[in-house]
Design a protein around this ligand. Structure first.
Ligand code: PLP
Length: 456
């Protein structure tokens, strides 16, 4: 067996990686030209790479390490569970204590009517579950034709063929076969990029009313559900105008269309409440969870459904499930994550300390000549870059080149800030301290300054 450890030189690790490891959302050319960054350790909000750089992770991995890295309790719980019961499935009338405990805890934390969890290994799988479950729900209620699902352009709901179809990423759809039939996309509530001369409130209302138009076009009797992220994450942290979600909720109720809130990013404190639907004041029928459920320490996701949906689904046999649905080690790790979040009152830290400090930092960054505005909700934010703030102008070309430049300057300054097109994205661990936010601000300013200089 080849012995590959942290002790190998970076170039050797990168060469092996480029030769044998296919990466998501990365080209082979990128890997061959520069090699991948090799991350070797992490603690708190800092990553260490194979060159010994200490990098502030303002993305919490992929929006998921809410508790921060390196909490030993999480590893201890995982080890204990692996030794006691490393695996058993939850098919065919079988269960185990980690899945029971986590389900009961989630039922306590979610809004009152959401009390039933169907587990998956990821957010993508959970959204596939949702797609199948809403169809079975309506079929069981005698309306099998009520099967179409409406989503939004530029939404992200995962990478499987079902969840990728629910998503509205054209660059994913362009790679063939997506969206699958029965899925439709309406406009996103992105006032900064698409609102023109409308006020944000007018625009939010207009974009929500596209849902009504689409339902009427398809026929309400054919529409099973609408799915949306309370705040679009991977689309660029698009915080909808205040008029948007109440109107969506009204329309869903009026036409008997189920509302699915994809809380994969927004859930577990990211927007300042346990769930983004609380922040947005909506009452969904289903929420999708993953990422912050285990703070990314173990792969686990799920769908939490209303009493009414569970009653219908439980009355039939739902022919659906994953080998790792409710995996005992992942469930135990998720439970430990929820225990720490509650015992350490991470939400109060967000409210009283982290979000105020982050928002003040973002206001400072918002004054930079390259930054068009600050989009923020709790501990997620984006800074759209622009050549001209007042007119909300975009850079020439397809978009993304300036964001990429800025991201590279972030890395050069030991900071992870991802870019979506020409927007810089911020979603740090919820436990970040004001001192660490000062480091973030300094490094982000250096990266913005360097990008600005490159453009001159
Ligand atoms: N839904 C949302 C809102 C997401 O942001 C993501 C991932 O970023 C997913 C679903 C897919 O989750 P996963 O990558 O765990 O499959």
């Amino acid at each position: 067996m080849t012995l590959v450890t942290n002790h190998l030189p970076t170039a050797e690790l990168q060469a092996l990686d480029a030769a044998h490891h296919m990466h998501p959302f990365t080209t082979g050319d990128e890997l061959n030209a520069k090699g991948a960054r090799v991350i070797t350790r992490a603690k708190g909000v800092y990553l260490t790479d194979s060159e010994g750089n200490e990098i502030l992770d303002a993305m919490a991995g992929l929006w998921c390490v809410n508790l921060g890295y390196g909490r030993p309790e999480m590893g201890q719980v995982a080890a204990r569970q692996m030794n006691e019961l490393p695996y058993y499935n939850t098919f065919f009338q079988t269960t185990h204590v980690p899945a029971i405990a986590l389900s009961a805890e989630l039922a306590k934390l979610t809004p009152a009517h959401l009390n039933h969890v169907f587990y998956a290994g990821s957010g993508s799988e959970a959204n596939d579950t949702n797609l199948r479950m809403v169809r079975v729900y309506w079929a069981e209620k005698g309306q099998p034709q009520k099967s179409h699902v409406i989503s939004r352009k530029n939404a992200y709901h995962g990478s499987s063929i079902g969840s990728g179809s629910l998503g509205g990423m054209t660059y994913m759809h362009a790679q063939g076969g997506m969206p699958i039939p029965g899925i439709h996309h309406i406009g996103q509530p992105d006032w900064w990029a698409e609102g023109g001369d409308h006020t944000p409130e007018e625009f939010g209302l207009a974009r929500a009313q596209e849902l009504e138009e689409k339902i009427l076009e398809l026929g309400a009797e054919n529409v099973a559900a609408f799915i949306g992220e309370p705040v679009q994450g991977a689309g660029g942290v698009i915080v909808p105008p205040s008029t948007y979600w109440p109107e969506i909720q009204r329309i869903c109720k009026k036409y008997d269309v189920l509302l699915i809130a994809d809380e994969v990013i927004c859930g577990f404190g990211r927007t300042g409440n346990w769930f983004g639907c609380e922040t947005m004041g909506i009452t969904p029928d289903i929420i999708t969870i993953a990422k912050g459920l285990s703070s990314g320490y173990a792969p686990i996701g799920g769908s939490i459904v209303s009493d009414e949906i569970a009653e219908v689904i439980n009355a039939c046999e739902f022919n659906h499930g994953y080998t790792y649905s409710g995996h005992p080690v992942c469930a135990a790790v998720a439970m430990e994550n929820l225990r720490i979040m509650q015992e350490e009152d991470i939400l109060s830290h967000v409210h009283n300390v982290a979000a105020p400090a982050l928002h003040a930092a973002l206001e400072t960054l918002g004054e930079h000549p390259l930054v068009g505005t600050v989009n923020k909700s709790g501990m997620m934010a984006s800074l759209p870059l622009t050549p001209h703030k007042e007119s909300r102008a975009k850079f020439a070309g397809e978009g993304g080149a300036v964001g990429y430049m800025c991201r590279e300057h972030c890395f050069a300054n030991s900071l992870v800030m991802r870019h979506v097109g020409d927007r810089m994205i911020i979603s740090p661990p919820l436990v970040i301290t004001p001192e660490e936010i000062e480091v973030f601000t300094k490094r982000a300013t250096q990266a913005l300054d360097a990008t600005y200089k490159d453009l001159k």
